[in-house]
Design a protein around this ligand. Structure first.
Ligand code: HEC
Length: 138
């Protein structure tokens, strides 16, 4: 079933799907989610890294162009270093949202899904993939 779905997606949507897929510049998480991520980071992560270690050029050179799914997967597999995988998927998604915010990526209306299939379709970038015209702000 899963294989069929992947084949269908690749075959039918192909390049169009890639073009329309959002990037982290499209507002893919909510403010509230990032606030939750900030609190979790202070509790579970900050004793080993300062948030600034995951912002700016270091983050850019390592993660830009990859997908949020990779970052989410990395955190789930590896972090917190001494106790990996001990948080819920929702908590890892909130941490990802927080990392987006400290990298100046905008918040939006909808929370980031705690679902790696969805997250794999969102590219980490500061440029929206499909800029939409805003008729009412002309
Ligand atoms: C016990 C110490 C420790 C804790 C707690 C910890 N980390 Fe880490 N983290 C590390 C080390 C060490 C690395 C370097 C990579 C490695 O050795 O695997 C790392 C690497 C990372 C990276 C990759 C950095 C990069 O190069 O982009 C991210 C992102 C990250 N940690 C996020 C987190 C988050 C989020 C939490 C909290 C859930 C957390 N870490 C908790 C020790 C820790």
């Amino acid at each position: 079933m899963r294989v069929l779905l992947i084949l269908a997606t690749a075959g039918l949507l192909g390049a169009a799907a890639t073009l329309d897929d959002p990037t982290t510049a499209n507002g893919v998480y909510t403010r509230r989610q990032a606030d939750e991520g900030r609190d979790l980071f202070a509790l579970a992560c900050q004793n080993c890294h300062a948030p600034t270690q995951h912002a700016g050029n270091d983050f850019r050179s390592k993660w830009f162009g990859r997908s949020l799914g990779e970052l989410f997967g990395y955190l789930r597999r590896e972090m917190p270093k001494t106790d990996p995988g001990t948080m819920s998927d929702e908590e890892y998604a909130a941490l990802v949202a927080y990392l987006m915010r400290i990298n100046r990526m905008p918040a939006g209306q909808n929370p980031l899904a705690a679902d790696s299939a969805v997250l794999h379709r969102i590219r980490i970038d500061s440029i929206p993939s499909a800029p939409v015209p805003h008729p009412d702000t002309r």
